[in-house]
Design a protein around this ligand. Structure first.
Ligand code: F6P
Length: 360
């Protein structure tokens, strides 16, 4: 087995709480095992541009509780479709993966640890097919990666969403209003469902359970009939409207940005019930700030395990939590499917049992 002296480490995709904890644990564990870590700046873009920084103990000291990533990140730069030039206002993309691989060789990086969600891990898999020694670490607030019980970042986002639902009760109760809280999660409803359960949301709207506005209004009227003058609705940004369309817009990157469903729900509910309705969109607050203790610990376990996989020559794999253990799973398995809320699963059933409605 070839001996590896240097590991390149990058963070890709959207930032999330716990990334710095991973950078710290990878660096500390690698140094203790006689390897150096080269931090790649701004995700895969930095790999193509050859932007590496040697990370020492001092660089990772004190970053455990910090949100974001000291390396920077991007969800735009795919080396296999890399923006190389601009012609008449149109960006031309080329396969720059060979440049990225050559850059790794130049700096003596024998392995690449990639921290990211499904998009980032798909790119990691493509590099693995080209013979790069890749190890993946799963992160995302959405918790939508199939191969792991949970990703780090999710618990901190859930904490943020639950705090918001708790706080929205104040105005809901005082003004007898409907308060709508729009949370992130892309095409998965984990943040909405779990903050709805944890915060006592009355109606939870998620992509996995189609809703109608009449269904929502019916639940609000039923609550009124039982003397409950307010309602809290938690809606996932990716929950489609009754016509099946998600609400959002296409960004300059070409990515669909989800957002705006909360305002639609508030407007339709007020029109149908006559009850004053307001919306709060949590947005990137869910990705910011200090990671929860759970996320710090999970990120630390993932980072150390990734270094152990490099030492064992176990490549083309991603670390994953299969409670109570950290295991390694093939990258193929990690990116195959998105993890969705089972519409007839235990969590939804328990939520319904305590009176939570889903607008269906
Ligand atoms: O995947 C994490 C996430 O925060 C999603 O919940 C959300 O849809 C998306 O990223 C937003 O991405 P951006 O920061 O690029 O708008």
């Amino acid at each position: 087995m070839e001996s590896i002296d240097r590991i390149a480490l990058l963070t890709g995709g959207g930032d999330c709480p716990g990334l710095n904890a991973v950078i710290r644990s990878v660096t500390k564990a690698a140094l203790r095992n006689g390897m150096e870590v080269l931090g790649v700046q701004d995700g895969f873009g930095g790999l193509v541009k050859g932007q590496f920084t040697l990370l020492g103990e001092k660089d990772v000291s004190g970053i455990l509780p910090r949100g974001g990533t000291i390396l920077g990140t991007s969800n735009r730069d795919n080396p296999f479709r890399f923006p190389m030039s601009n012609e008449n206002g149109e960006t031309l993309v080329e396969d720059a993966s060979d440049i990225a691989i050559e850059n790794m060789k130049q700096v003596g990086a024998g392995a690449l640890i990639v921290t990211g969600g499904d998009g980032t891990q798909s790119i990691a898999l493509d590099f693995s097919h080209l013979g790069v020694n890749v190890v993946g670490i799963p992160k995302t607030i959405d918790n939508d990666l199939m191969a792991t019980d949970v990703t780090f970042g999710f618990d901190s986002a859930l904490q943020c969403a639950t705090d918001a639902v708790d706080k929205l009760h104040t105005t809901a109760e005082s003004h007898h209003r409907v308060m709508v809280c729009e949370v992130m999660g892309r095409n998965s409803g984990w943040i909405a469902l779990m903050s709805g359960i944890a915060g006592g949301g009355d109606i939870v709207l998620i992509p996995e359970i189609p809703f109608t506005f009449d269904g929502i209004a019916r639940s609000i009227h039923e609550r009124r009939d039982h003397g409950k003058k307010f309602s809290i609705i938690v809606v996932a940004e990716g929950a489609p409207l009754p016509d099946g369309q998600q609400v959002g817009w296409v960004a300059s990157s070409g990515n669909m940005v989800l957002g705006g469903i909360g305002a639609r729900v508030a407007r339709e509910v007020e029109a149908r019930t006559g009850i004053e309705s307001r919306v709060t969109v949590l947005g990137h607050l869910q990705r910011g700030g200090t990671p929860s203790p759970f996320d710090r610990i999970l990120a630390t376990r993932f980072g150390v395990s990734a270094v152990e996989m490099v030492l064992n020559g176990e490549f083309g794999c991603m670390v994953a939590l299969k409670t109570p253990e950290i295991v390694s799973v093939p990258l193929e398995e990690a990116v195959k499917n998105q993890r969705k809320v089972p519409a007839d699963g235990e969590l939804v059933r328990f939520a319904r049992s305590v009176g939570t409605a889903f607008g269906d």
